[in-house]
Design a protein. Structure first.
Length: 277
């Protein structure tokens, strides 16, 4: 235990030289690493992760980026092969993070069949988690630094008429999410809704009416829980204020965590997995 404390204190003092937000992140990651026997760890060697990351980036540039009308700089993709994009009017700003999974594809649909020309406009610094679906027959606008939990769904249409069930799309109404909105896991944002800046939508909520800025709504249908009025927000925009330093810090973390991994230990973790993996 003294050795653990000594190592951890050294690590913490090293990263205190970084920005407070990044320092806290690394400290948490180090604690997770030190107790790795209790969770699944990354057994890849550092060099292998770097090679795979480059392959992923090239795959995204070759097969995913061309599907966007616009995709800004600095975007990061996890499992880009697990993304489905439909339509020609999907735009995303700088430093977006897409986290897809084999069992939970990210799906974005800008319906542009017939007379429809659905648009999806997403700002900078967004976080899109596995299973997120964004569907627009008219227009879905998402401002900077918004975050979407696992399985969240945003749609501006019913996709069928209420009385004429053969009517495709129905009567769409635009959806607007202002800056720094956080949509929880499996929440549903319905057509015609505007969500104000900094507001949070609770997990599995169904939002059918406008949500004011700086508050929490949850439930089905979503209703007011409380205001957010305790000070300034630290957003994903702040997280990316120095992208070069951020990338360097993440690389240091990878070197620290994966530095002792070997190719053999990685192969062993795949073929002869046990509780240490």
């Amino acid at each position: 235990m003294p050795i653990f404390r000594s190592c951890l204190n050294s690590f913490i003092s090293f990263f205190k030289k970084m920005s407070p937000e990044i320092s806290r992140y690394f400290i948490i990651q180090e604690l997770i690493y030190r107790w790795r026997r209790k969770i699944r760890q990354d057994n890849r060697p550092y060099w292998l992760k770097k090679i795979l990351s480059k392959i992923t980036a090239r795959y995204a540039a070759r097969f995913v980026k061309p599907q966007f009308k616009h995709l800004g700089k600095g975007s990061v993709f996890f499992k880009p092969q697990c993304m489905k994009l439909f339509g020609s009017n999907i735009s995303v700003g700088d430093f977006a993070t897409f986290i897809a999974a084999p069992d939970d594809y990210i799906q974005m649909t800008g319906w542009d069949a017939g007379d429809w020309a659905g648009e999806i406009n997403i700002g900078h610094y967004v976080l899109i988690s596995p299973g997120v679906r964004i569907m627009a027959a008219l227009k879905v606008s998402i401002d900077d630094a918004c975050m979407f939990g696992h399985g969240a769904c945003i749609t501006d249409a019913d996709w069928h008429g209420i009385y004429d069930r053969t009517k495709v799309v129905g009567e769409p109404k635009p959806v607007i999410l202002e800056k720094n909105v956080w949509v929880g896991e499996d929440a549903m944002i319905c057509k015609g809704v505007t969500i104000g800046e900094n507001s949070i939508i609770g997990a599995r909520s169904v939002v059918t009416k406008d949500v004011p800025a700086n508050c929490i709504y949850a439930g089905n249908p979503a209703s007011f829980i409380r205001n957010l009025d305790e000070g300034e927000f630290i957003t994903r925009k702040d997280f990316f204020k120095d992208p070069a330093k951020l990338a360097h810090d993440f690389d240091l973390l990878d070197r620290h965590i994966l530095g002792k991994n070997t190719l053999w230990s990685w192969i062993k973790s795949i073929i002869w997995r046990d509780k240490t993996h």
